[in-house]
Design a protein around this ligand. Sequence first.
Ligand code: C2E
Ligand code: CA
Ligand code: CA
Length: 781
Amino acid sequence: MALTRMLGLFAAILLLSTGIAFLGYHYLKLASEYRKNNFIHLSETQRAMDYLEEHPKLEKSEMEVLRAHVAAAQAQAIWCVANLSALETRAFHWLGVGSALDICKYDIRTSELLLARLNGLIESNDARHIVQTTPYLVFYFKRGLLRMREDSFAFQPFVDIIEGKLGLLVKISTLIASTGLGLLFSLVAAKLVRAWRSQSDQTIEMQRMAQRFSLAIQASSDGFALFNKERVLLTCNDRYRELSHPNPAFIRDGMTAIEIMNDAADKGFYQTNGLDTADFVSGHVLQMRSDHDDVQLEISDDRHVLVRFSQTEFGDQVITRTNITDAVRNARKQREYTRTLKKAKDAVERQSLTDPLTGLANRRQLDVALHAQMEIGPASLIRIDLDRFKQVNDVLGHDAGDHVLRIVAKLLTEHTREDDLPARVGGDEFVVLCAPGTQLQDATILASRLLHAIKHPVSYGKKRCIFGASFGIAIGDPSITAPSELLSNADAALYQAKADGRGKIVNFSNDMRKAAKQERALADRFMQALGDGEFVPYFQTQHDARTWKLSGVEVLARWEHPIDGVLSPVKFLGIAKQLGLEAELDTVIFEAAERAVAVLKTAGIILPRVAFNVSASRIIDPLFLQHLKLIPHEKRKGYVFERLESISYEDASQHLVMAIDTLKDMGFKVDVDDFGSGHASINSVLSIEPDSLKIDRRIISPLGKSERAGQMVSSIIELARSMNARVIAEGVDSEEKAIILREKGCDELQGYFFSQPMSAAALAQNMTTYNNRGAATAAQQ
Ligand code: C2E
Ligand code: CA
Ligand code: CA
C-alpha cells in the first residue's frame, strides 16, 4: 500500500515537473521572441531618429520613410500585447513583470500619436508642395521617438527577469523530470532484466525437465505414448512400440494411431474376438476419443495389455500400455482352480446330501430343507416306515431288500411334486417334506396315494416281495414347533399307525403331542434318574405248570418316578434306546436285582431261577461278560437271559452270536422271548439252541376262545420238544388258561393269574403264599 502510494506520488511529481519544464521552455521561447521583437522595435525607432537627424527638412517622401519606421516599431509593440493569451498575461503578473505590458501599451499609444501626425501631414501636403518643417514638429517627433526608445530600454530588463526566472524553473523541473525518468527507466530496465533472466532460467529448467521426462518414459516398464488432437503420434517409448506392434521399429513419430493399429491388426497382433480388423480398430480408436475407462487387449503369444487413455487440456492424448500378462494368466489359473474346486465341492455336497442307494435326499438334506422351510412358514411332514421289510431282507436276501428300497424311492419320486422333498432317513424309513403351503388334507391324500402304490407286490427275479407301509403325518408352525419337534411329532404319529396294525395313516394329534411332550420330559430326566436309583427291579413269579409251585422269577424294570409314579418299560425303553442307554439300564436293573436276590437269600428265600431281559447292546458289552464271570459256576444255571424273538439272529452281528455262545458256554441259560410273534425265521432262532421258548402273551391271550391259538400253542410245544427245549407261557391271566396249558404239556406258567410284577419287598412278604397257591396270592395283589 505504502509502495503504491509512493509510486503514485512519484508519478505525480514526475508528471508535474515534466509539465513545468515544458511550460518553462514554451515561455523561454516566448521571451526570446520578445527580445527579438523588442530589438526590432528599438532598431526601427533608432533608424527613425537617425533619419530625422539626417533630414531636418521633411518633405512628403521623407515623412513616408519616417512613417514606415514608426509603423514597423509599433507593429512589434502590438505583437507583444496581442500575442499573449489570458493565461500568459496572468503568468506575466505572477512572474512580477506585468508592468512590461503596460510599457508596451504606452509605447503603442505614443507610436499611434506619431503616426496620426505623420498621416495628417502627408495627406495635407500634396506632392507638389514641400512641407516647411518647423523646429516644434522636429522636436515633437524627436520626443516621441525618444520615448519609444526609452520604452524599449525599459522593456529589455523585464525580458531578462523573465528569462532568468524561467531558466531556473526549467532547470529545476528538467532536473526533477530527468532524474525521475532516469529512475523510472532504470526500474523498468531492472524489471525487464529480471524477467528475461527468469525466462531463460525457466527455459533451461524446461529443457532439463523435458530431458528427465524423456529419460523417465524410456526407463518406464510401461508403454507410453503421446498423441495430438488429430491422433498423430508425437512421441513414445520403446516399450510402447513393443506392446503395440509385432515389429516395434515400424512405429515412428508422426504416424496416426489408426495407421499403427491397422498394420498391427493386419499382422495378427491382436486377438480381435471375431471382429474383422477394421471394426476392431475403429472400435478401439473410438475408445481413444472418449475419455474411456481402461481397456484390456490380448496381443500375440497370449500376452495381455491394459490400455489407459487420458486427455490433456490441449486435447493431446496420453496412452499407457501396461503388460498385465502375468496377472491375467494368474487370474485365469485361479479361476480354473476355483472351478475345479467347486466341481469337487459340488460332487461332495451332492454325495453328502443324497442317499447313495436310492438317490433320494438323505437326512442331512432333509434337515437343511426343513429348517429352511420353517424359517418362512409352516411345514408338513409325512413319515413312512415299511412294514414287513425285515422279512423281505431276511427271507429273500439283502439284494431283494435293496431292490425294494429303490422301488419305494422311485414311487416316492413319481407320486410327489417337484417342490416336495422325498428323503430316506434310515434302513426302511422315509420322509416326505411336502411343498411349502401343503395343508393336512393334501398331505393325507398324498399319503394314501403312496400307501396304495407301495402295497403292490414287487418282483425281484423270480421272487415276489410283499410289503406295505405305515404313515405318520405332522404339520408344524414354526412359531410353536421347532423342526426337530416336528420330526418327532411325525414319528409319534407313525408309531401310532404301527400300533394300530400297520398299513395305516395317522395324523399327529394333541394327545400324541401330550404323550410326546411327556416322553420328552422323561427323556430329559432319564440320565439323572439312572444315577439316582429311580430304576428298580420288579419281580414276576413263574410257576411249575403241574404243581403251580414257584419255579423262578422274571425281573422286569420299573421307573419309580417321583411325580408320575411307577412307570412300566413301554414308557421308558424307547427313550433308553434313543439315548443309547439301554445297556446301562440293563446293568442297573441286573445289579439291583442281584442285591435283592442276596437279601432274600439271607431271609431264607431261595429263588430257583432268575430271568433277565437283556438288550442286544448289553450282551455284546465286554463289561457285561466280565461281570458275569464273577458269578460262581454252580450258581450260573439259575440265571436266565431272555432274548426277544424279534431280533433276527441271522442279521445280528458276529459279536452278538459269539456273545450268546459264550454265555451258554459259561453255564448261563438263554431263552427266546415272545416266541410266535412271527418276527423272524424259526431257523434263525433255533440256531442259537435256546434253553426255553417263551410263548408270546399275544398268543396266550385268546386261548380258550380261539382254536387257532390252541393249535399254535400245541405246535410251539411240539417244536420245543423236538429241539429239547422247555416251554414257558407268559400272560397267563386265568385258571382256565393255566389248565389248558398244563394239558397241552407246557412246562412253566407266568401271568397275572399267579402274580403281578412286584417289588423285592412285596415278594419277600408274600413268598409263602406263592410257594403254595399262586392263584390265591394273585387275587390279593
Ligand atoms: P416281556 O419280557 O414279555 O415281559 C412280560 C410282560 O408281560 C411284562 O410287561 C409283564 O408285566 C406283562 N405281563 C405279565 N403277566 C401278564 C398277564 O397276565 N397279562 C398281560 N397282558 N401282561 C402280563 P412289562 O413289565 O411292562 O415289560 C414289558 C417289556 O419290557 C418286557 O416284555 C420286556 O421285553 C421289556 N423289559 C422289561 N424289563 C426289562 C429290562 O430290565 N431290560 C430290558 N432290556 N427289557 C425289559
Ligand atoms: Ca421277558
Ligand atoms: Ca415276553
